[in-house]
Design a protein around this ligand. Sequence first.
Ligand code: SF4
Length: 469
Amino acid sequence: MSDILLFNPPAPGGQGYTREGRCTQEAGVWGTQWPPLTLATAAALLRRDGHRVTLRDYPATGAGLLSLTDDLRTLRPGFAIWSTGTPTLSSDLDIARVVRGNSPASVTAVIGTHVTVRPEEALCEPALKIVVRGEPEGIIRELCRCAGALADVPGISWRDDDGAIRHNPDAPWLDPDTIPAPDWDGLDCDAYRLPLKGRRFLIAAPVRGCPYRCAFCTAPLYYGSRLRRRPVAQVVDEMAGSISRYGIREFFIWADTFTADRRYVQELCRFILAKGLRISWTCNSRVDTIDEETLRLMKQAGLWMISFGLESGNDAILAASGKGITAAQSCEAVLMADSLGIRTAGHFMFGLPGETEETMAQTLTLALSLPLDIAQFYAATPFPGTALYDDALREGWLNGAGKGGAFAQNSAVMELPGLPAARVDAFRREAYRRFYLRPRAAARVLSMTEPGALAGMAPLLRRFLRWMR
Ligand code: SF4
């Protein structure tokens, strides 16, 4: 039995920071800090094995390095394992030296999509011992069971006693029947609040894996390309447990593409209804995997908002990016959800290969024409491990920031032919201004805002002003 510290490390500047699989971003969409699903799921497996696990999400509570060093000195954990993200990679790797300085005997290990594809880069940090590649929870469990025999742990890259970096074979994906409910104990659940509503929420992840091949997406690196569905009874039990244990009835159903299997979604919704679970939830979806019957059932089971990755208003760009949808399908899905009284969020991207001033204008026109409640405009980001990254490298599109590894969706790093990165960033800001500075958009946002959340609106407003500047 070991003492294990699992944590989301403090972020540079002390701001909120979500590092969860393909989603690594400053305080998430709309300023929301996500509960650290992977760490909590790993905690469940480790506690089941009898380990003493301390779970920390330092950015969620504004805690900084001082809190981490306090924990390290107090706990002296056998393992210190933390999440990393591309935008914060350098400071995330520096954490290894903080661990070594405060708890020298701790075995250090990191998880995340970036380190999965570039383990050598991470292991250049001498204080880091292990990189967990891919879906982390099962690998972490084996690591904590292995009694130092690292060569026997599939799915890790590590530094041996001679300083050589060794790459063990990949680990198998977890059997979805064996994925436990996340164990959030140790986290401050008050820190996770829905934007505009201010209500506490947790993440539920019924499905893992994505069979699609979007050139810009890191999802398959983390959960693979095969859809793995957890038994609906287990998912519903987990939600019921969140109500009884933490008093939380709001969920973000997080899956790479939750609606990829409509039959499964319908089964889950029917189970929620049959159990009489009074919950409220949001989810993400693809516009070509949804239909009216399923949406109606989802609404009955508690869905209040659905997020679609619409990406572009230009079909040629959508096709070239491998997204496999059309602008017409985007219109149809958003209108359908809106007509059923389900709130909609649209996620768009500027600066994909083939982008021009004209195609960016088409995307903005699409956003403005749809009855969206929320729109997010990102810069297309060539995260390492994606086909977009390979293209950007081959074509020489990466600018100085990109070559320096500064990949984040709020700042373009690709100099496309005829479209400088600075122009993409300027257009993003213009898109935010033109979308939200409309009476209709403001009315929609206000209609979602609950009185109790008004006090927490200041950071959101600051964020908006920053986006639009
Ligand atoms: S549908 Fe595309 S963008 Fe969405 S998770 Fe799958 S690969 Fe990523």
